[in-house]
Write a new protein. Structure first.
Length: 164
């Protein structure tokens, strides 16, 4: 077999070219994974994987929260509590509250008691079922373990991941 002579005088490095092609494909794969992760809600901006629940809807304590949040951004935690009408007392673990700043509690608590393990909120309610909204700003980056429960009652545990 005869080899054709090349007409153009070009510098070529086929080994380098193959490495460049591999680097391009790896970069495209990483970009694709980031776009899919963002679309699924893994950046703290909403999406199907960003919403979480702790407990069962029919339980005395049921919590809706964002699994992935952004540091410095406000996130909402919804507590659904079932108990006797009148005074409802619930608590949030103190280690979690050390990593967030509570901006708003709706309805506003009548009383707040703080100890080293938990913060106890007292809410007045005319119904046996009450929904409480906690608006919190996350101050740290990383994994945050939270526990919320009724005083002298059940509790639920959930985990949030704070990014950026």
């Amino acid at each position: 077999m005869s080899r054709k002579a090349r007409d153009l005088d070009l510098d070529e490095d086929l080994a380098f070219q193959k490495k460049e092609w591999l680097a391009q494909r790896v970069g495209i794969g990483i970009l694709f994974a980031l776009v899919v992760g963002a679309a699924l809600g893994l950046t703290g901006m909403g999406g199907p994987l960003s919403h979480g629940e702790a407990g069962q809807r029919q339980d005395p304590v049921f919590v809706e929260f964002d699994r992935v949040v952004r540091r410095g951004a406000t996130a909402t935690i919804r507590l659904h509590l079932r108990g006797a009408p009148g005074e409802t007392r619930f608590w949030v673990s103190a280690p979690y509250l050390e990593q967030v700043r509570v901006e708003n509690v709706v309805p506003p608590p009548r009383h707040l008691a703080v100890d080293e393990k938990r913060h106890v909120y007292t809410i007045q309610s005319e119904s046996s079922e009450v929904t409480i909204r906690l608006d919190v700003e996350h101050q740290t980056i990383g994994r945050m373990d939270a526990t919320i429960g009724l005083v002298d009652g059940p509790s639920v545990h959930f985990i949030q991941l704070s990014l950026f």
